[in-house]
Write a protein that binds this ligand. Structure first.
Ligand SMILES: [Zn+2]
Length: 332
């Protein structure tokens, strides 16, 4: 089986965004140390709308100029180390402002589907052009902010005009609705990858785009009680490297997680990495050839880094190898 580790390289999107050093640079070093010795590479979806907006405002704010400089050289290093940098879009940054050392986020434009088609295209295109120039190569794969990659008609337009050929936003079996996220992937195929065109949830053998869905795993309410307990205890090993505040989960969703089995993404984030070995086993038993894993540097913890190194040892000892989205597309 192949392991596809995908990361969302981004600050926090709640009341505090956190710092570049603690949300991005330091945890990436830890994540790299956990997988690189085994030959692993990450596919890193960079929040390019943030980068574009920070650069746009950097003339008036020296801190933003430093942030952009630090991120640009970090991304160049990651590419030089063989990691695969691709495009992530959180459109609200394009409408957000900066004052007194803090980002003031626009909560009305969190999802691509909140934007009209023309604005969505402009926001995506200018962010992609900056990211491509920064890393010195063309990005060809996309992940939507908050996984909100619908409606497909809008997405298709963005992809065709920006030479995007692959997406990695779909979480098969999952639907969610909040001010920040809106998607319905309940009918999406739970396959390693599939072609699509008019509908991101429908396989179309002649489709122009390839979907790499995130691998999903059934998680019991007991797990979510343990997760809640860990958050309350605030143990050092479970403290995130990231120093911002996440967007709030809906009350309805919290109740559902604590009372019933849930579809969750296979992930390396924080305490949730504890069910990754089971997700790996289940994926092998189903006969899949690809495990697509989600992660966020900002949510890494001392515990998750330790477990990641152990997981990589376990999987490679069983014969698994690493891949990136660019490698998967090149092999098609
Ligand atoms: Zn994101």
């Amino acid at each position: 089986m192949k392991l596809l580790f995908t990361l969302d390289y981004e600050l926090f999107l709640g009341s505090r965004t956190g710092s570049v050093a603690n949300c991005l640079i330091t945890p990436m070093e830890q994540l790299q140390a956990a997988i690189e010795s085994a030959g692993g590479k990450f596919t890193i979806f960079v929040d390019a709308t943030y980068l574009f907006r920070a650069r746009q405002l950097s003339i008036g704010y020296p801190q933003l100029a430093r942030d952009v400089e630090q991120i640009s050289s970090h991304l160049k290093q990651l590419v030089a180390s063989g990691h695969d940098v691709q495009l992530h879009i959180h459109p609200h940054w394009a409408f957000s402002t900066y004052n007194d050392g803090m980002w003031l986020l626009d909560h009305k434009h969190y999802k691509l589907c909140d934007l009209d088609a023309e604005t969505a295209l402009q926001v995506t295109t200018q962010a992609k052009e900056l990211l491509d120039t920064t890393i010195g190569r063309k990005t060809i794969a996309f992940r939507a902010g908050g996984f909100a990659a619908q409606p497909t008609a809008m997405l298709k337009e963005l992809f065709l005009k920006n030479d995007i050929v692959a997406d990695c936003s779909v979480c098969p079996g999952l639907s969610y609705s909040s001010p920040q996220q809106e998607f319905d992937y309940t009918k999406a195929p739970a396959k390693d990858c599939y072609r699509f065109d008019d509908d991101i949830c429908t396989e179309d053998a002649g489709g122009r785009f390839t979907e790499f869905p995130i691998t999903m795993h059934r998680v019991s309410p007991v797990f979510h009680w343990k997760l809640a307990a860990n958050r309350l205890l605030k143990l050092q090993e479970h403290r995130t490297f990231g120093d911002g505040a996440a967007v709030k989960t809906t009350g309805e969703s919290i109740v559902a997680r604590l009372t019933s089995w849930q579809n969750c993404q296979a992930t390396i984030d924080g305490y949730k990495i504890s069910f990754l070995p089971q997700a790996w086993q289940a994926t092998r038993h189903r006969g899949n050839e690809l495990l697509t894993i989600l992660g966020h540097p900002k949510l890494a913890t001392p515990y998750s880094i330790d477990r990641l190194a152990k997981f990589v040892q376990q999987a490679t000892a069983a014969g698994d190898t690493f891949t990136t989205i660019s490698q998967m597309l090149a092999a098609q």
